[in-house]
Design a binder for this molecule. Structure first.
Ligand SMILES: Nc1ncnc2c1ncn2[C@@H]1O[C@H](COP(=O)(O)OP(=O)(O)OP(=O)(O)O)[C@@H](O)[C@H]1O
Ligand SMILES: [Mg+2]
Length: 210
């Protein structure tokens, strides 16, 4: 089984969004997927899952709210992929989640105000012994190609991997998720393609099953 953790220091950067997209696309590809929601104060994945079921969308991988990481991980053995959606702020569980994950996805906005704390979280994980190669940054809420390029250069200079592609800032992504869809399921082909490219980058970054 594979565990992918979505973590960040700042809130609202796209952790839940990317966890949904990866979960849905992996399930569509035939994997047994579970979604763990560790954000007990918001329960965003649980609510979204309910919306997804209400809209009759398929596949709808099961979601469960977990108070502890241990509880979430106890399900990992029974599936091919467990996605762990972390809380808004990096906390004690963030390090533990990163330790147990095969891949740690760190979404970040493109401004320096976003990138600096994103680098700090990465640094603290690396300092705690997690190899930088297990971390993958994803640029989200990007407004132009130039902005994406500059943010990518910043993260690479800091010594980190950045997923190819990015999620542009678009109302359509919110609209999709409001209706229980993943960002790979918007009605706009060009936005679907952008989201699919990011999801593919996450899949490509997964270590080979050992
Ligand atoms: N690329 C985007 N364009 C527009 N809106 C987006 C984009 N990505 C995410 N959003 C919206 O921004 C909000 C925050 O996204 P999301 O919930 O995925 O972030 P998060 O990191 O999980 O937040 P939190 O830290 O609060 O858990 C949501 O309303 C989501 O629909
Ligand atoms: Mg969230």
């Amino acid at each position: 089984m594979t565990v992918v953790a979505f973590v960040s220091q700042k809130g609202g950067v796209g952790k839940s969004t990317l966890a949904r997209a990866l979960s849905v696309e992996a399930a569509r590809a035939g994997l047994a997927v579970r979604m763990a929601d560790l954000d007990v104060s918001q329960g965003s994945q649980v609510d979204w899952h309910r919306d997804r079921l209400a809209a009759g969308l398929d596949p709808a991988p099961p979601v469960q709210l977990h108070r502890t990481l241990q509880d979430a991980l106890s399900y990992a053995a029974s599936v091919d992929l467990l996605t762990i959606d972390g809380p808004a702020r990096a906390d004690a569980d963030t390090l533990a989640a990163a330790r147990s994950a095969d891949l740690v996805v760190l979404p970040t906005g493109p401004s320096l105000d976003d990138l600096r704390p994103a680098v700090r979280v990465g640094n603290s994980l690396v300092k705690a012994g997690i190899p930088a190669t297990r971390l993958l940054y994803v640029l989200t809420r990007v407004s132009s190609e130039a902005e994406a390029d500059a943010a990518r250069d910043y993260m690479i200079s800091a010594g980190y991997r950045v997923a190819s592609g990015y999620l542009p800032e678009r109302t359509a992504f919110r609209t999709a998720q409001n209706g229980g869809r993943a960002v790979t399921e918007t009605q706009y082909p060009s936005l679907r393609a952008a989201a699919e490219r990011v999801v593919q980058a996450l899949i490509d970054a997964l270590p080979e099953e050992g």
